[in-house]
Design a binder for this molecule. Sequence first.
Ligand SMILES: Cc1ncc(COP(=O)(O)O)c(C=O)c1O
Length: 365
Amino acid sequence: MTEKNAFLEAFKRTKYQLVGHGPRNFQVLKEALSSYDEDYESDVYGNGKVIEDFQEKMATYLGKDAAVFFPSGTMAQQIALRIWCDRNGIHKVAYHPLSHLEIHEEDGLKELHRIEPILLADKNRLIELEDVLSLEEDISCLLIELPQREIGGQLPDFEVLESISTYCREKGIKLQLDGARLFEILPYYQKTAAEVCQLFDSVYVSFYKGIGGLAGAILAGDQDFIEESKIWKRRHGGDLISLYPYIITADYYFDKRIHKMATYYENAIELARLFNECKATSTLPSIPVSNMFHVHFEAPIENVKSILIDVYEETNIGITGNLRPIDENSCYCEISLGDQFSKVPKETISNVFQILNDKLSGIVK
Ligand SMILES: Cc1ncc(COP(=O)(O)O)c(C=O)c1O
């Protein structure tokens, strides 16, 4: 067994876990399936009640004219940007340097669509209005990710978003929302999804992050835009004959968890506070603005892994199964709160952090 696996396996062996909704096993599908009638008809190439009802439900929830279900957000967003660029005749878009499109999609936007991205802002901070104002080139679309995952899930003030939106509308720049974690930020903004989405021309949301479904995405916007995106979905092979396993899990877990986002957010604040009290440990952001945050440890990754394995074995409580290096002397993990946190016996949590703090104090001055 590799060392990476030893760490992940130690996490998986714990009885309770502070993060997530639980294992991503077949039960996730079985639970959702069991709430449907066996005779319910499958969707067929993008048509049928199961897909159409869900698309309509999401369009309404997001306050948009129409919506289409995609197998992935990667496909949905590249298509959204392609449509806006084709319409405007300028094949340039702008987004954050750590956008999913830039660092996790193998240059799909450039290779498949010949769209040139302009990277806005320094990678360690959020995009501000000034970054948009100082753009030197014409762009067709600006993509904003809320929250900005790779910097711990930070969020701009709502007023900043409003001012960016107003400016883009004046300049004819389309605004695309990467809302992979949109549901998770609504308690912080104290806004409805529709209130956030009305600042944007097109919106993507995901159903396997805070919602905890299998996979899948919704792209929403005006009717014309959505009709055009369906053609691109077909061109990309995204029109699977049946997408219903993804759709019904998206729908089932949306109904089950959408009302819990405020709880996940409050739990994230509580957990971040406990991390910040530990030696050589800090969170980004220091006070979370959604259910997620990053934890930075000022110690080498191998030392932190071995400390965490000990903590898991002593307490039977897992914190993370995925630690990543920053440099030789520091590492970090991403924390996302879900249903698991409230199952952990409250009185045991402070013990976990006591042990973690003691062990970190033993290796850092
Ligand atoms: C911010 C963000 N955008 C887009 C995506 C792409 O989603 P998908 O995995 O459905 O392609 C992800 C997935 O992790 C993401 O985190």
